[in-house]
Design a protein around this ligand. Structure first.
Ligand SMILES: [Ca+2]
Ligand SMILES: [Ca+2]
Length: 161
């Protein structure tokens, strides 16, 4: 892996540490890709999907913290409980209205969450991002269960498109 100029391929793949036993919200693998038009995110859990999964997007490096969050609520097993909105630090949003995803899918066993949404949902100060980086955090009742790659830390920058 090189950190030379920051942005590289249009995908971030992360193998997270997993516990010995499967438990809700233990992040196993994350794969985020950002094409010209669509962002695809896939989060695999070591165990079941937790109550809340927040994917924080950093699109502006001059501004501290994430600019956007894609938040999924596993509220009774529905798969339409995801929205994308502006982030306020790494706090878990209660609801949001900026963007609805194109698709959300939870695998039968509830161990893989996949969602797709428009890159336009990450437009910041009038500009679509040309690169981004991501943090994934799982919560249950506002208690953090796991965070990838680490708490309040982002993965590497990768190019969009
Ligand atoms: Ca983990
Ligand atoms: Ca930022």
């Amino acid at each position: 892996m090189t950190l030379a100029s920051g942005a590289s391929a249009a995908v971030w793949h992360h193998d997270d540490e997993t516990g010995a036993r499967p438990s809700a919200g233990d992040i196993d693998q994350v794969r985020i890709s950002a094409g010209e038009k669509v962002v695809t995110m896939r989060v695999e859990f070591n165990g079941r999907v937790p109550y809340q999964t927040d994917v924080f997007f950093d699109v502006d490096r001059s501004r501290k913290g994430p600019e956007f969050v894609a938040s999924y609520n596993d509220d009774g097993g529905g798969t339409d409980q995801l929205f994308i909105d502006r982030a306020h630090g790494f706090s878990s949003p209660l609801d949001g209205a900026r963007c609805k995803p194109r698709s959300v899918r939870l695998s039968d066993g509830g161990e893989t969450l996949t969602a797709r949404f428009r890159v336009g949902c990450l437009t910041f100060r009038g500009e679509k991002p040309d690169r981004l980086r991501v943090n994934v955090t799982t919560n249950d009742d506002f208690v953090t269960l796991d965070s990838a790659p680490a708490r309040k830390r982002f993965g590497r920058w990768f190019a969009v498109g």
